[in-house]
Design a protein around this ligand. Sequence first.
Ligand code: GRF
Length: 208
Amino acid sequence: MPARGHSKNLVGVLLSGRGSNLVAILDRIAAGELEASVVLVIGNEPSADGVQAARSRGVPTLVVDHRQSPSREAHDREMAVALEAAGARLICLAGYMRLLSPWFVERFAGRVMNIHPSLLPSFPGREAQRQAIEAGVRISGCTVHFVDERADSGPIILQEAVPVLDGDTPETLGARILEKEHVLYSRAIALYFSGRLRVEGHRVLGTS
Ligand code: GRF
């Protein structure tokens, strides 16, 4: 367990790529600003940089390549066994580019979060930053939400606004949104472990 880790607020992270949100979470924990421990990082892509980043910080990692599984649920069951063995209480999707099976969502009901680079429910799915620019919105941002069976659709926990500027490309807007993501995800994790959040219908109460 990392030196600054927390013995009860145990987090598992699923990712597919770069892993900058994971690194931001690990940095906050190391700085003593987030009372949590990342007990396992699972990548579904063997080449995911995020898995390497976790490894180099001494965080346990696992690659569960979805292409080796007979079905989505079989893949998710393999991840679930590892997450439960590691004691993860909260599961954070951090650039995890696959839909979770209904089995997984039910197994970890209310315990899975995702971060998305738009103000949901606007612009779910891929290329959210491009969607925002093409739609002409003046304000986009990022959202941390609980995960349900559909992509980017569960109850919203926190959002942060980011202006869309005249000269923005998906890359420049995405970079400004990412800065906010790196702060927002840790805030949502801290709120979760504070025990104050409660879900009523599609609303999450206890954040304000
Ligand atoms: C982030 O923009 C996140 O909102 C989205 O995927 C991206 C992951 O980036 N779900 P990273 O791998 O954390 O750098």
